[in-house]
Design a protein around this ligand. Sequence first.
Ligand SMILES: C[S@@+](CC[C@H](N)C(=O)[O-])C[C@H]1O[C@@H](n2cnc3c(N)ncnc32)[C@H](O)[C@@H]1O
Length: 356
Amino acid sequence: MTETRFLVFADSRFLGRASKELRAIFEMDGYKKFSLDYDRAFIAAIGLEPSSVIEKMGRMKPVFVEGIVPIEAEAGYSAGSFDEIVAAAAELLDKGKRFRIEVKKIIPNFEGSAKAIEVLLGRKLEEIGFRADLKDPDDIVYVVLSDKAFIGRVSRKLAYSKVIDAFRHANKEAGSAISRAEFKLAEAIDFFEIDINEMKLCLDLGAAPGGWSALMMRSGSQVIAIDNADLDYEMLSKLGRVEITDAKVSAPEEWNLLHIKANVRDVSPKSLDWVGDVDALLVDMNIEAKESAAIAERFAPLLRSRGILILTIKLVDNNIDAHIGNAKAALKSFNDVRIKKLPHNRWELTLFARKI
Ligand SMILES: C[S@@+](CC[C@H](N)C(=O)[O-])C[C@H]1O[C@@H](n2cnc3c(N)ncnc32)[C@H](O)[C@@H]1O
């Protein structure tokens, strides 16, 4: 019988839950869990081919599993020498194809950045005749550095190369993002398969400094942002025309972003009737989940039918099920509710729902 080993990533606080989810999905396929000394990943053995596992897992969409990658080789290594890793990677690669290396460290205090190690490994492979191509590789070799190195290879053509992209999210943080929060929304759009081009008008509650608003503006959406804090007007005005108001708005203006600088609790949804149908309600407020869900429910009348809600469930304590339950209970105008711990979620989860 086939048995494939996978490295499974999860936030350390959700590792037990992640394993429980996988057990439920693969109980018929001989699921076995092996712990590592590190608390951000474990090894799972599953009696299926990698592509079937990834496909089945994709369909089930587990909440707490962050990523899962097949392990094809293991190698020892030390900070000074990655020769064993290079040799193992060379076994998996084809000289006629182009590769890219992605490194993830699950030993936090290991010297050298993941990026620097990627460059070093890439060069060593090039020296022995393999062709690197960062932009358009045929294969991605991923190397996870734990007490030893776990190595695997995926073809870019396979659907599950997306899993690998997710696992390198930390390296994408540089660039023009206004806030780290922006990555959460990008991950939610990807995971919940939201057609961002359909979002012509968004309402962003708890918007400062403006990462979520910026992402929606970049896709051509008009955004009404409510927050009593300032947004990053300098960055946002590069994306379109920004208007700031104290909620006494009466008619739509020529703006791309309208910032209502007020406490959300003081803004009546009725006062926004003039905006027309909202396609997406975004709620990323740093308050308890049941309160943000109650606020989402209060603004729901502005949302068009089948419009989407993306809401951050803050886990203010360890009663995870209670926070999820309270948020769901408050969202009476919504269905198709799904929840996911996204890679950029810290002590929080992201909820997706559609207006009934
Ligand atoms: C995590 S930040 C939002 C980050 C934002 N999504 C981004 O991408 O930049 C949470 C925000 O919620 C806002 N907030 C919390 N309670 C609020 C309230 N009652 N009214 C308005 N804003 C509130 C805070 O001012 C803060 O800016």
